[in-house]
Every structure is written in structure tokens, then in C-alpha cells.
Design a protein around this ligand. Structure first.
Ligand SMILES: Nc1nc2c(ncn2[C@@H]2O[C@H](COP(=O)(O)OP(=O)(O)OP(=O)(O)O)[C@@H](O)[C@H]2O)c(=O)[nH]1
Ligand SMILES: [Mg+2]
Length: 222
């Protein structure tokens, strides 16, 4: 059986991380797994709570993207899954993401826009921005994605090695989609339902991060 590595980036998630790890452990009972928390130097008790809950904690100095890259490379599993700390990802869907890689796909991406998926947490401006970016990526790169800026995904070990990700911020998911397509990887979208973040504030800034995402889309042409 493949070992599963769950990689969770965190920045000041003390109100969520304990419960999020607890849910993962409940769903993955019986699996061989590890949980890696990549913390961006939280100023609250995130790290202590994560360690007590059984996660391996490593640190990152930049943003969500660099944290994910670091965590995915530190992972020891054959299947590597990225997940948010704020309880917006449903832990039951882990089994769908694991099954996608076990079925032979390199990258398995959750989509809120497939039948069975959805979101409780997408203001109109983000929905619109996401739709425009999805269309742009599909047009420029010949892909058929239905979602883009959503971080609940799984990867084979080989895909993590071969993607060569470098995006440090919230453009990371966009870069993953583009590079997976450019490298002709086997990509599967599965429906995913995004819940509202349980506690605390989100860190994504729609305008500045939207601009970064646009730059990521354009930078990878060629
Ligand atoms: N290590 C690290 N993690 C981060 C950073 N920014 C965000 N994260 C984590 O990345 C995940 C996604 O960030 P969120 O702030 O929830 O972004 P979002 O889901 O678009 O925003 P909301 O919908 O408001 O929750 C969460 O687990 C955050 O704690 C960062 O700079 N460094
Ligand atoms: Mg969130």
C-alpha cells in the first residue's frame, strides 16, 4: 500500500489546525500516512497544536506556494496531497484524491465546478476571476480544466519531482495546472465541495493575488 503524505500550509490557524488534523486522522485510520504542516512563522499557537496533534512541522519564510513546494518535497509518501488548514476541504474526499493516483493519474485536482462539487465560500468577484482565468489557461495551454485556484489536490511522487514548481504565493495552483498540462501529465479532475473557512481570516487578497495569478498564466507561455 502506498504511504499517503498530507501537506498543510499554515499561517495563524490555531483555531482550525487541531480539528483539521483530527479529521484527517479519523478518515485515514487504517492507512499508512504522515501529516506535514508547513508553517509560515505563525504568531499564534498553530505550531504547538499541530505538533501535539501528531503532525511533523517544518517552516517556510515566504508564502502559501513556497510552503507547499517545501512540504511536498519533504513528503515521504508515494501519494502526496495538498490541503488547507481552515477546514474548508472535506476530509472524506481524501479517498477520492487517493483513488485518482492509485488509478494511474499523475495529478488529481479537486474542482468546485464539476457535478458533485461546489462552494460555500466564493464571493462573486472570485467566481468571476476564477472563470476568466480558467478560460484563459484553457485557451493558451489547450487544457480542459473547470477550476483553477483551488488547493485540494493529490500528486504521484514522480509528478511532484517533475513539475518543478517555483511559485511562492497564491499563484501555486495555477502553476501546477499549467505545468502539468505542458508536461503532458495524466490529469484527473474530481468534484470537490469547498466549505466556508471554520475560524479566523483568509489571507488571499482578491486583487493583488489575482494580479499574481494573471502573471503566472502569462509567464509560462513559450
Ligand atoms: N505557510 C504559509 N501558509 C499560508 C500562507 N498564506 C496562507 N496560508 C495557508 O494556506 C491555506 C489557504 O489560505 P487561505 O487564507 O485559507 O486562503 P483562501 O482559502 O483563498 O481564503 P478564505 O476563503 O478566506 O479562507 C491556509 O491553510 C492558510 O493557513 C503563508 O504565507 N504561508
Ligand atoms: Mg481558506
Amino acid at each position: 500500500m502506498n504511504r499517503i503524505s498530507i501537506v498543510i500550509p499554515t499561517l495563524n490557524e490555531e483555531k482550525n489546525i487541531g480539528a483539521a488534523i483530527g479529521e484527517v486522522k479519523r478518515v485515514l485510520r487504517g492507512y499508512d500516512y504522515e501529516i506535514i504542516v508547513v508553517d509560515g512563522h505563525s504568531r499564534d499557537s498553530t505550531v504547538g497544536i499541530a505538533k501535539r496533534a501528531g503532525a511533523r512541522v517544518i517552516y517556510d519564510d515566504y508564502g502559501k506556494g513556497s510552503a507547499l513546494i517545501k512540504g511536498m518535497h519533504a513528503a515521504r509518501g508515494g501519494i502526496i496531497i495538498s490541503m488547507d488548514a481552515d477546514m474548508s476541504n472535506k476530509p472524506e474526499e481524501l479517498k477520492l484524491l487517493i483513488a485518482g493516483i492509485e488509478a494511474g493519474y499523475d495529478v488529481c485536482v479537486g474542482s468546485r465546478f464539476l457535478v458533485g462539487g461546489g462552494s460555500d465560500d466564493m464571493p462573486l468577484v472570485r467566481k468571476f476571476g476564477n472563470k476568466v482565468f480558467v478560460m484563459l489557461v484553457n485557451l493558451l495551454y489547450g487544457s480542459r480544466y473547470t477550476d483553477l485556484c483551488y488547493g485540494y489536490r493529490s500528486f504521484s511522487r514522480r509528478a511532484v519531482r517533475e513539475l518543478r514548481l517555483r511559485e511562492k504565493g497564491f499563484g501555486i495552483e495555477t502553476e501546477m495546472n499549467i505545468l502539468a498540462q505542458k508536461k503532458h501529465m495524466r490529469i484527473l479532475e474530481v468534484p470537490s465541495y469547498e466549505k466556508r473557512r471554520a475560524n479566523g481570516e483568509g489571507k488571499l487578497q482578491s486583487l493583488s493575488d489575482g494580479w499574481r495569478i494573471l502573471k503566472t498564466i502569462v509567464r509560462n507561455i513559450s
